[in-house]
Write a protein of this length. Sequence first.
Length: 373
Amino acid sequence: MKQANAFIEQKLAERKSAGSYRTLKPENSLIDFCSNDYLGFARSSVLKNKIDDELKGFPLTSNGSTGSRLLSGNLQYTEDLEYEIAQFHNSEAGLIFNSGYDANVGLFSSLPQRGDTIITDELVHASIIDGARLSHANRYTFKHNDLDGLEAKLKQAKGNCYIVIESIYSMDGDTPSIIDILHLTEKYNAALIVDEAHAIGLYKKGLVCELGVEDRVFARIITFGKALGCHGAMVLGSDNLRNYLINFARSFIYTTAASVHQIASIKIAYRMLQDSDKAVEALKNNITLFKSGIKDTSTLLLSDSAIQCLLLNDNEKAKNAASKLQHTGFDVRAILSPTVPQGTERLRICLHGYNSVDEINLLTKTLNELTNA
């Protein structure tokens, strides 16, 4: 036991020395430029009341689901919602997972087999990386949004080949050229999988639907914990893919199902999403306002999404800048290595439909003063 404790102490000391030690922080009363609550659903009293109304009319027999969906935890209510969400996203079918992490780990650990190939953009989410590691497939990465790099890896691919990208990258906020990637996918007879976690809301049904290419994409992952303001995720695809995951995705099979409250929250959030045009328009206007207010754009990553990042290229600089912003009243967080590659440490600013013009103007003014100091 002494050796194990010594190992833990050493690793924590290394993190502290590198300036990348993580701690948990409780909620605060700062102006929110940190959360993924892009449309304000998570803080919405309207959504909360509608969820309460939905549950009053539900014959609730237990607070928890009581088991996995393959045992006692499945409900017709859940299956009906899966069909409804799939139809909303122009997909044949879908399967709900307890979180986005579970969805990606389940999909990528079970679908690619030994002798197959997974090719991912180097900036895909950790859950995709972890799922791919659990598979027995050959794994390659290509430089971020580099089509030539992707094609070079496609030429090396064997077996069934899966290309994996995000429609909006969670730490850069940028968007890949999905149409060009689809051309390469089809040229080499591969299958494209798109994680849409941060696109839902800004693009109501996701960027794949916005582009009208849903029939050309093999699978999509959508999450409910960002713009939808609740929790969970779903893999969209064919009926066969849904049935495959029910049979082989371990993060679906061997976990207690989501509670009725969680499923009801997702259902009502989707009903609100259908009528969210004003909130989406407000979000897009705030993105434009923020970008126009930054004077020195050389440190601002190219992004048309709700995620806007200022590169500071050092853990301590990023932490100090975030601390100054928090003392000014803004909840802005530093993103440190190793979450992002060393030398790309940054401030990650999340914009929302509910941020006021005055709040955004004051934020950009403060950022301009920080970068010119």
